[in-house]
Design a protein around this ligand. Structure first.
Ligand SMILES: Cc1cc2nc3c(=O)[nH]c(=O)nc-3n(C[C@H](O)[C@H](O)[C@H](O)COP(=O)(O)OP(=O)(O)OC[C@H]3O[C@@H](n4cnc5c(N)ncnc54)[C@H](O)[C@@H]3O)c2cc1C
Length: 367
């Protein structure tokens, strides 16, 4: 029943807007409150905090339906931010922020990456200096998804510049409305994912309440990220499998309709074999993903398996989408065709949420 509701909402409200969202490099501002009204935000946050009160399975349904419709909307980032708050904020803060996030009145973003800090977060240069009851934040962030609409940011900062490495990192929640010294850069010109806004953010003597530090003390940022990243990686895996399944479905339809040498493309053995391989790999991905989701819901998804899922499922997605594009011939290279857009949109899945090389590094530590 939940899937049907989500599907209908996305088909009616979001799918028809995609071309415009792509042109304007982001969703309409009111898309967030409409999503909140439909109950598709924070589906796996307890209802005591305004969330849907479901398990991660509900989040997976939303992500699958977005991917199935070819809609890019940063609801997973909204959930990721909510889970940082759920895990590390005070009870009062949870009641203050989460219901508004569930209604889409606050839009969440995660701001970790900086020009000199992507895979290697030791390079973070944005600082938060304690000054009485405030932190004073200076620095900049890049590649921030949902950046232009973001009104609540989970920000990675150095609270202790004297401490080398990752120990000086902390996470601070920043509410951006009417915040002096806070500035959003223009939308970055990406090769895909055009319907999602990705920006730079600038902080110039920005003051936030000291109570917005996540966790009891400074210096916990890196361990908090390590605890929460499996959730983010699993969401990426869900989108990967749903996209791969969609690629196989639309390509199967296409090769039945398109003819060459007097017969449908599907009658060439190469077409059938390639699609047979793709369908098999998508199925393997689905079984692995469902196992990860079950383990996550049971509280048993370890970091290594989450890294395996992120790396393998996104590699699989890109491989399949590329094969499926090939079966479309020149039309596959046209942005007008969904497979062309999927090809460009898929590529970043191997890069964000920790690159696939970093995933292999993590997996190798378990050898
Ligand atoms: C569209 C998009 C959206 C994004 N959204 C967000 C967001 O919302 N919030 C956010 O904070 N960030 C976001 N990012 C940033 C993303 O997480 C980083 O791009 C990613 O972590 C890689 O960092 P980097 O780009 O600095 O690459 P680098 O770290 O410079 O890596 C370059 C290459 O070197 C490899 N490499 C680096 N270290 C190692 C190593 N130890 N071993 C082997 N290979 C290595 C990498 O795998 C990669 O191939 C987004 C990025 C994009 C493109």
């Amino acid at each position: 029943m939940f899937r049907t509701t989500v599907r209908q909402f996305i088909q009616k409200e979001f799918a028809p807007q995609q071309a415009r969202w792509r042109q304007q490099h982001g969703p309409d501002a009111d898309a967030w409150t409409r999503a909140g009204g439909a109950g598709i935000l924070l589906t796996d946050v307890p209802d005591a905090y305004g969330g849907g009160g479901g398990t991660f399975a509900y989040e997976a349904v939303v992500l699958e339906e977005l991917a199935r419709a070819g809609v890019h909307f940063g609801s997973s980032i909204q959930s990721i931010v909510a889970h940082y708050i759920l895990a590390y904020a005070t009870e009062e803060q949870k009641h203050h922020w989460l219901p508004r996030m569930a209604r889409g009145e606050l839009v969440g973003a995660i701001a970790m990456s900086e020009p000199a800090a992507g895979s290697d977060l030791q390079g973070i240069q944005t600082t938060a200096r304690r000054d009485g009851q405030c932190y004073v934040i200076n620095g900049s962030k890049t590649f921030v998804t949902n950046g232009s609409h973001a009104s609540i940011i989970c920000l990675a900062v150095k609270t202790d510049p004297k401490v080398a490495g990752l120990k000086g990192l902390s996470l601070i929640i920043v509410e951006t409305k009417d915040l002096p010294g806070y500035r959003v850069g223009g939308s970055l010109d990406k090769i895909g994912m055009h319907a999602q806004d990705t920006c730079e953010l600038f902080f110039d003597d920005v003051r936030v309440p000291a109570a917005n530090l996540l966790g009891p003390t400074e210096g916990k940022g890196f361990s908090q990220m390590m605890e929460r990243l499996p959730y983010e990686r699993l969401t990426v895996g869900v989108t990967a499998v749903a996209t791969a399944e969609r690629a196989v479905a639309i390509t199967t339809k296409y090769v039945k309709e398109r003819t060459a040498f007097g017969k449908p493309l599907l009658e060439f053995q190469n077409t059938r074999f390639k699609l047979a391989e793709c369908k098999t790999e998508a199925h393997i991905g689905r079984v692995f993903l469902d196992s990860c989701i079950e383990r996550f819901i049971a509280g048993q998804l370890d970091d290594v398996t989450a890294a395996m899922a992120k790396y393998w499922l996104t590699d699989c997605q890109c491989r399949l989408v590329d094969e499926c594009l090939q079966l479309h011939g020149g039309y596959g290279y046209m942005m007008e065709y969904p497979i062309g857009r999927m090809w460009a949109d898929s590529r970043v899945q191997r890069i964000y949420a920790g690159t696939n090389e970093i995933m292999k590094e993590l997996i190798s530590w378990s050898l």
